[in-house]
Design a binder for this molecule. Structure first.
Ligand code: NAP
Length: 527
């Protein structure tokens, strides 16, 4: 049941007087419930409780934390229609998407549960002593990974489940042993509160300490900033705009004790289509890309916002075809009137730059928060000299660049900001000649795709969902897949520690029979 209150640990709390309501963009009306924004005192209470909870939570066994994560998954499923109906009423997204995203969220929680069911994820490393070594004896050193402390997670507007309250950031932080405080997203506070209630129920059922999880509403600049600046908070996870992520990153760096901010921000995800590919299957590619550009009304961080081609007659008919196919897809609802407003403004800003031709424009719409796709085109020379065209237009937008040759195309990639993905659509006959393009993309992106679309981010250990700034604030980590847990831990070494005092993962007899890195080799053996 939605109460409109914050969860400060296990307690529902609403001591403030400022409230907001969410919005149903499909019906163009406010939703019923009012959500009370947290006061600075409530923020302080949540951070102190998380700090207290950390003392116990960091020492819970992996199996106990796995039980907690699986219980969260079960409780989310038990929310059933109430969750799905609240999600659709707060986002305008269809029921199928809500169910799919719930499935992804459940899968993520269970994947992290499985990961921490044994201690191998800590990459336990042992270097045995060598007392005979000259000129100085070598000490016994054993390394593991330990959790950082309370983590603040900023819920994302465009993934109310999978990148929000119990999304990948929360699941990975809890899996590692870090308590979590979620700064709820004001566009889907009801969905956020329902999921928070599921986490609290799961925490109580599995005996987790009070404060292991809190869910807080409020403006980012007041409540969000206070959370990031709180001395008891030790790391931040964020998905959203470059301006928001950068503001939080700066706040964290300005603290007396700076903390890491793992922000996943803007990306236009360049797609290179070779002349051969356009000549052989231009129509098929146009159909595939019309689908990718408009999927989820383009509100994905991996939306293909930039298509790089070599100019010729085939390319010009491809652009026309892509525009026709994209606009033939019925206008779809955006998440919120403000997202629609920004889409129109930013699309117009890119399209009004010198040399940009609007191939398929926004036409008169039937309903207020709906939009069709927008496809524009420009020459490589004009694109190269104008960085205003390089900005993200969040929504079903793509700019096709007609380059004069491969050299210009590669120069464009080299001049882009960091991106989550880069895609190449090519024929087999092109493969031997892609070296310069692949090399340029490798410098700029976190994941490169061949003959596919960037939308659809598989949840698996080999996934990289991150990239050079501003795609993410730290390109060494991924926000998706089980490796996302590495953001919330730090290495910790024991030197000359007696066997009986070591954690079981580092003990000589390897009681859990896990794989460790022992004296330079991976091994399950005792030492
Ligand atoms: P956002 O404006 O960056 O907000 C995300 C969260 O950060 C919200 O909780 C917000 O709080 C908080 N926040 C924003 N600026 C802040 C600041 N200066 N200090 C402290 N906290 C701050 O993103 P959004 O609301 O999700 O969407 C807005 C735009 O972001 C979209 O139109 C799109 O351009 C971009 N976006 C990109 C991606 C992507 O994956 N590339 C995903 C989502 C959104 P409040 O709003 O409550 O103040």
């Amino acid at each position: 049941m939605i109460t409109g209150k914050n969860y400060i640990g296990n307690k529902l709390s609403a001591t403030g007087s400022v409230s907001h309501k969410t919005f149903n963009p499909k019906l163009n009306v406010e939703n019923e419930y009012a959500f009370y924004e947290a006061t600075l005192q409530e923020v302080d209470e949540a951070a102190n409780l998380a700090h207290q909870a950390f003392k116990e939570f960091k020492n819970t066994s992996g199996t106990k934390r796995a039980e907690f994560l699986n219980a969260i998954a079960d409780e989310i499923l038990a929310l059933d229609d109430e969750l799905i109906n609240t999600y659709t009423s707060e986002t305008g997204l269809p029921e199928g998407r809500a169910m799919g995203e719930r499935g992804r969220t459940i899968f993520q929680l269970r994947s992290f549960a499985e990961l921490v069911s044994n201690e191998e994820w800590r990459e336990n490393t042992i270097d045995s002593a060598d007392l005979e070594r000259t000129p100085a004896p070598k000490p016994d050193i054993r390394k593991t990974q330990i959790p950082l402390g309370p983590v603040v997670v900023f819920a994302a507007s465009n993934f109310p489940l999978a990148f929000s309250t119990a999304g990948g950031d929360t699941a990975s932080a809890l899996a590692s042993g870090c308590p979590v405080i979620v700064k709820s997203h004001s566009m889907h506070s009801g969905t956020g509160e329902l999921v928070a209630s599921a986490i609290i129920k799961a925490a109580e059922k599995t005996g987790m300490p009070n404060g292991v999880f809190s869910n807080i509403a409020g403006s980012g600049r007041v409540v969000g900033a206070a959370l990031v600046k709180h001395p008891k908070v030790k790391a931040v996870g964020f998905t959203g705009s470059i301006s928001g992520g950068r503001a939080l990153f700066n706040l964290a760096a300005d603290r007396e004790q700076p903390i890491p901010v793992f922000a996943e921000m803007g990306s236009i995800n360049p797609v290179v289509i070779t002349p051969e590919a356009i000549a052989k299957r231009g129509e098929e590619i146009a159909t595939t890309y019309a689908g990718s550009i408009t999927q989820g009304t383009g509100q994905f961080c991996t939306n293909p916002g930039l298509i790089l081609t070599i100019d010729n007659d085939n390319t010009r008919s491809f652009i026309k075809d892509l525009a026709e196919k994209s606009t033939a897809i019925a206008p779809q609802c955006m998440l919120h009137p403000n997202i629609k407003r920004d889409f129109v403004k930013n699309g117009a800003s890119v399209s009004s730059q010198s040399g940009v031709e609007v191939v398929a424009a926004i036409v008169e719409e039937a309903e207020p928060n709906f939009t069709p796709a927008q496809i524009s085109a420009v020459s490589g020379a004009d694109f190269l000299i104008n960085s205003k065209m390089h900005q993200e237009v969040f929504g079903p937008f793509s700019l096709v660049v007609r380059c004069k040759d491969e050299t210009e195309l590669v120069e464009i990639i080299q001049n882009l900001e960091g991106q989550l993905t880069g895609t190449i659509m090519a024929e087999k006959s092109d493969y031997q000649n892609l070296g310069n393009i692949v090399d340029a993309l490798q410098d700029r992106v976190g994941r490169v795709i061949l003959n596919g679309v960037p939308t659809g981010v598989e949840v698996c250990p080999s996934m990289t969902h991150g990239g050079p700034y501003p795609a993410s604030s730290d390109s060494r980590f991924s926000a998706v897949g089980t490796n996302a847990i590495k953001r919330w831990v730090r290495p910790f070494s024991y030197q000359n520690w007696p066997n009986e005092l070591l954690p079981s993962a580092l003990k000589n007899d390897n009681p859990d029979e896990i794989l460790r890195f022992v004296n330079g080799n991976h091994s399950n053996d005792k030492i």
